[in-house]
Write a protein of this length. Structure first.
Ligand SMILES: Cc1cc2nc3c(=O)[nH]c(=O)nc-3n(C[C@H](O)[C@H](O)[C@H](O)COP(=O)(O)OP(=O)(O)OC[C@H]3O[C@@H](n4cnc5c(N)ncnc54)[C@H](O)[C@@H]3O)c2cc1C
Length: 275
């Protein structure tokens, strides 16, 4: 389908983009890689009247050492994350999750900020951010704040971002040398996950997040609590579908997703050396 008509503005700085958002409010949408927004517009599930193109803001594409964390610019493309040595050393889970996103074309266009702002429970990055305990730096024209991963995803394709706000940076705590795992079950290598799991050891405990098992990206709290109370990996993994409300679609029934979650969490915990 053809999108509803819109005005196009190319921002030449973050400030210009934020000024445009302040002016147009929820009539406007930021355009980063366009790999989620444009399909939504073609389906007329999104119909902004103003598109603010931030895709050329190269100063928001970087990976930097932030001391206790790795700082990643919101416009950093998936491919640049996949191959970055600092991310490989301190947050290999993020690199692996990114390497599993779509195909090379998608990974050369899509951005980390766009993926997190889109807040899709079926996407791989939100689960990695949750398991890694990351956060996002968010700016509006007159303020800046930091949102922890656990507070970012608020509903189906909904985030805690205001219409006037933009993610500028993603912060990932360093988990150097700690056990981790990313598991993704799909039909073909480039497909979205039918179910996926991110698992990370953090100071001796496990943080586990699920892909496509709930209307929002979500932590597997029943699994984490069982492990914290001394359960074996197998017993904890059996709780992977507790509290989840997965959908049924052409790829999988609810019951099949529940089964996959249990199997994949079990594999992830073993792979990460947890319990
Ligand atoms: C064929 C195909 C296969 C894919 N497969 C996968 C997959 O397997 N796994 C997966 O995780 N993803 C997959 N994706 C999605 C891909 O990762 C997208 O690139 C990503 O979800 C969105 O990033 P983007 O930069 O393209 O964002 P855009 O589409 O430009 O924007 C998405 C949303 O975020 C907002 N936005 C963008 N940047 C910012 C910002 N800095 N601050 C605030 N809001 C912002 C936009 O306004 C829009 O609402 C696939 C996409 C396609 C087209």
């Amino acid at each position: 389908m053809i999108p509803v008509a819109f005005d196009y503005q190319r921002a030449d700085s973050a400030e210009a983009a934020l000024a445009a958002l302040a002016e147009h409010g929820d009539e406007a949408k930021l355009l980063a890689g366009g790999h989620s927004l444009l399909p939504m517009m073609k389906l007329r599930l999104a119909y902004p009247t103003v598109l603010v193109d931030i895709g050329r803001l190269n100063d928001l594409s970087y990976v930097r050492d932030g001391g206790d964390h790795v700082a990643i610019g919101a416009l950093t493309r998936h491919r640049d994350i996949e191959i970055d040595p600092m991310i490989a050393e301190h947050a290999p889970l993020l690199a692996r999750a990114t390497a599993n996103v779509g195909d090379p074309q998608v990974r050369h266009r899509g951005t980390l900020g766009g993926s997190l702002a889109h807040a899709d429970a079926a996407a791989d990055h939100p689960s990695a951010l949750l398991a890694l305990g990351g956060s996002v730096v968010v700016r509006s024209a007159d303020a800046e704040r930091v949102i922890d991963a656990g507070d970012l995803f608020t509903g189906f394709l909904e985030s805690a971002l205001e219409p006037t706000e933009m993610i500028t940076e993603i912060r990932i705590p360093k988990h150097t040398g700690a056990g981790w795992s990313f598991q993704k079950f799909n039909r073909r290598a480039q497909d979205w996950a039918i179910v996926g799991v991110s698992a990370q050891q953090v100071n001796g405990h496990a943080q586990v997040a699920l892909v496509n098992m709930h209307p929002t990206p979500v932590r597997a709290t029943a699994v984490e609590e069982a492990l914290a109370n001394g359960a074996s990996a197998a017993d904890a993994a059996a709780l992977a579908a507790e509290g989840m409300e997965p959908s049924s679609d052409l790829n999988a029934s609810v019951e099949y997703r529940q089964h996959l979650a249990r199997v994949l969490v079990g594999r992830a915990l073993t792979d990460a050396g947890i319990a």
